[in-house]
Design a binder for this molecule. Structure first.
Ligand code: CP
Ligand code: NVA
Length: 308
């Protein structure tokens, strides 16, 4: 069995296999109702626990639907309703859940919760977002880019805004898939140096450019995300907005990238804050393909975890 904890912890060949498998499974289902079972039902007789310690729309629904399409069953658990939220250790929770279910997906705050869950679980554990990373999202994003533009290797991705958890997973992916990433945002919101160093060590060109107009020159993909993440203090909201406003992805900034550049946002978005509706609903945007591909990418991730 395999855990899917982070993109840099997964072999690059396996990441490629997962994306290719996801595309093949997507194609095989074209035109079928959302609830139709996949022909091979690879998760038949399997039970999957989906634990959420933070809100979610896409992750919750795409994992749930994905398991069911593959013939498995799910239980969606809220962290605060479990003993986990009332003092039971992560290790004991992991040991107990492993007696009931075949796979655990967890969305949590502290990365240590995820790693401890993986250490003590005897079934695969999948990272459904932590304060530091969001690997399932970036697998869907790489799949989406390649659907529209072919191989992402050697392309230029520009991250505009907060160097947050989603940005970190893009940096991990830059190292593993071989694309370049330029970060443009204020210095106080830079991605952690560890993520930058890791991507550079793997040969990816990582640039920090404070001027958004310069940053987007020659970009194949522009990416934005919320300016205030779920783990950020709401009291920082006004300061962050003031700092990040110059990095909004609007039509003017988009026009300075390559003419065929794509726009991505993992959603949920605050329209007309980090990106304008004009861009989000415009011809460069592939935001809803990204959301759909969460389903396909995660189905392939679950199969890889269970070696099915
Ligand atoms: N992009 C994403 O993970 O969305 P949710 O928070 O709705 O799951
Ligand atoms: N950076 C955002 C992503 C949400 C999917 C957050 O962590 O809130």
């Amino acid at each position: 069995m395999n855990h899917f904890l982070d993109i840099h912890l997964t072999d690059a060949k396996d990441l490629r296999k997962i994306i290719d498998h996801a595309s093949a499974m997507k194609t095989a289902r074209l035109g079928r109702p959302r609830g139709a079972l996949d022909d091979d039902q690879p998760l038949k007789d399997r039970m999957v626990a989906l634990i959420f310690e933070k809100p979610s729309t896409r992750t919750r629904v795409s994992f749930d639907v994905g398991v069911r399409q593959m013939g498995g069953q799910t239980m969606v658990l809220s962290g605060s309703d479990m003993q986990l939220g009332h003092g039971e250790t992560i290790a004991d929770t992991a040991r107990v859940l492993s007696r009931y279910v075949d796979l655990i997906m967890i969305r949590t705050f502290d990365e240590a919760v995820l790693t401890e869950m993986a250490e003590y679980a005897t079934v695969p554990v999948i990272n459904g977002l932590t304060d530091r990373t969001h690997p399932c999202q970036i697998m869907a994003d790489v799949m989406t880019f390649e659907e529209h533009r072919g191989p992402i290797k050697g392309k230029k991705v520009v991250w505009a805004g907060d160097g947050n958890n989603v940005c970190a997973s893009f940096l991990h992916a830059a190292g593993q898939f071989g694309f370049d990433l330029t970060f443009t945002g204020p210095p106080t919101l830079d991605p952690e140096q560890e993520f930058v160093d890791l991507a550079r060590a793997k040969g990816a060109k990582i640039v920090i450019e404070r001027d958004p107009d310069k940053a987007v020159q020659g970009a194949d993909l522009l990416v934005a995300d919320t300016w205030v993440s779920m783990h950020d203090a709401q009291s920082a909201r006004e300061r962050r907005h003031n700092q990040l406003r110059p990095y909004q992805v609007n039509a003017e900034l988009m026009s300075k990238a390559k003419p065929d550049a794509l726009f991505m946002h993992c959603l949920p978005a605050h329209r007309d804050e980090e990106a304008t509706s004009e861009v989000m609903d415009g011809p460069h945007s592939v935001i809803f393909d990204e959301a759909e591909n969460r389903l396909h990418a995660q189905k392939a991730i679950m199969r890889w975890c269970l070696e099915l």
